[in-house]
Design a protein around this ligand. Structure first.
Ligand SMILES: [Fe+2]
Length: 190
């Protein structure tokens, strides 16, 4: 085989070589920006999900991010706010865990936690309608630092729970696209 040929990859992992893994590693890094493309596609797909709310879920996510940005939140927080309900594109019951897992490698821990716990913090306003505990946020107090808890409260109380207004001056997805691409450009950890 000449040095210019791409080595054929393995058909089973227990026969893989360092060369083959070097190719896969380089290809994976070269295609990292696919993540932002997929996230943007998922966000766009939320415009078909209404489920009885006053706004579709894309508008809700955009409005949450708009409120966060206008409050002076940093880019990781704004992008996380934008993506906080992205899990609803796949499955509503476990949507916080899906969204948190998607952003985890790309944001600092308190931002990951803000998304992971967001439904229980929102529960203050509606869990009792379903027989649940409206103080569910308190079950997270011991596992979060005071800074993490405070950020999760700010997110839930000031940006998320008020972001269902179809008449609000909500910024479009294009406005947030550069921040989405910047945050998902490089993982903090693998
Ligand atoms: Fe939300």
């Amino acid at each position: 085989m000449s040095t210019t040929e791409v080595p054929r990859s393995f058909t089973r992992m227990d026969e893989s070589t360092a060369e083959q893994w070097a190719v896969i590693g380089a290809e994976t890094v070269a295609h990292q920006d696919r993540t932002a493309d997929r996230v943007l596609d998922l966000l766009r797909s939320l415009d078909t999900i209404v489920d009885g709310f006053a706004t579709d879920q894309l508008t809700h996510c955009l409005q949450t991010a708009t409120l966060a940005e206008r409050a002076g939140a940093d880019d990781e927080v704004v992008v996380a706010a934008l993506c906080h309900d992205i899990g609803k594109a796949v499955s509503v019951p476990n949507h916080p865990a899906i969204a948190a897992a998607i952003i985890k490698p790309y944001v600092r821990e308190e931002v990951y936690e803000m998304i992971r716990v967001h439904q229980d913090f929102q529960g203050r306003h509606y869990y009792h309608h379903f027989g649940g505990n409206p103080d569910a946020r308190e079950t997270h107090r011991a596992e979060l630092t005071s800074e993490q808890f405070a950020l999760a409260e700010t997110f839930a109380d000031e940006w998320d729970q008020v972001a269902f207004d179809p008449n609000y001056d909500t910024l479009p997805l294009e406005h947030f696209e550069p921040k989405v691409r910047a945050v998902f450009h490089q993982a903090r950890m693998l």
